[in-house]
Design a protein around this ligand. Sequence first.
Ligand code: EPZ
Length: 416
Amino acid sequence: MNKFRILGPKKLKGEIRISGSKNSSLAIIFISLLTEKPIILKNVPYIQDIDVAVKILTKLGVKINRKKFMNIDSSGICDKFFSCKLIKYIRASIWLLPAIIIRWRSGKLILPGGCSIGDRPVDLHIWGLRKLGAKIKFNYDHLKIDSVNKLIGNTIHFSKISVGATITVMSVATLAYGTTIIKNAARDPEIIDIANFLNKLGAKIINAGKNEIVIIGVKYLKSCIYNIMPDRIETGTFLIAAAVSGGDILCHNTCVNNLKIVLKKLKFTGAKITFGQDWIRLNMIGKCPRSVNINTAPYPNFPTDMQSQFTLLNSVSKGSSVITENIFENRFMHVSEFIKMGARLNIKDNKIICCGVKKLIGSKVNATDLRSSISLVLAGCIADGITVVKNIHHIYRGYESIKNKLNSLGAIIECI
Ligand code: EPZ
């Protein structure tokens, strides 16, 4: 049952509720270990990466359950060698580092995994933590954290913008002695959400979302109830579903401010976009999209997590276009699969040259990572005939109830 069989072409129309942010939830779940007080999280999505994070924390002695909300109690946490193999499954495991440094002051952490879209190094995380006084060594396949008596606030100027490293340093700095200034910080909405969570725990973080964040260290963190922000990439993905299928989809429980550049690009394709306080609607009925050039870059620029979805859009749009991927070195694995379906795409260095075609043809294709898997499923929804997407397990990592949500919009998808 690791395949989707999809019948196309279908116009996707209707309304769906956007789930909580995968990337914000993962970071918040792991850094909640910075306090031993109970935490309640609302709007955490039901996706596989969250299930893996819950299993990892449970193995470490954390009491964590999901009744109406997610309840986390890490007062009884035990293990100091974080070696369970699940850590390799998700990139977010790197956010165990703050807890090892703050709670135990020493320990080991095997290096995390994640989507195969690039090397995914952690050098910036380690460099930033060392600037706060943490003693961390790379030992082949794991990190060794030596006892550190006191973390001292510092000015940390990242050479490269990193979402993960900004989160790691920002969270540890909340409990360092004195003030920390992070320069060249990531500005993503998830950074703001995580800072809001930490401030609710009693941290003093100023200017999250700007490229210079100030953190005034406090002695301890309390408990809190926190509502996770909506997932902006899931929202963008469903807007693309309407755009590529000539449909009309309204996304509830989302936030328009986090998607400004994506909406600007979608408007350029000819889509009719309307929105309110917590909803966005895209209508492409009766229209053929115009192709659009894309350059991925750190927020507020175009998000790399929307690159494969726009590759699909450009594949079936009028005219030719260029998509440039500037963040990850191996994020074109969907291109060969789209070509099997009749797309006219060429890769040149870190660019995809797209020439739009009138339609795609149903084929057998392989999913390789989270975002390419959803783009292949959407390609199957609009292609003529049957598409079978193999290795579909990637999609469950980041899209809650994806088959049901798409079928409720008129898709015909079955698991085989
Ligand atoms: C986060 O990954 C997200 N993952 C990614 O989403 C997202 O694509 C990425 O940020 C960029 O926005 C999670 O939040 C779990 P980075 P992260 O550190 O933190 C290099 C998805 O599909 N780098 O911002 O790993 C790195 O190689 C996933 O939801 C270093 O060189 O990304 C990349 O080229 C995919 N050294 C660039 O920086 C480091 O220590 C940006 O990476 C860290 C990163």
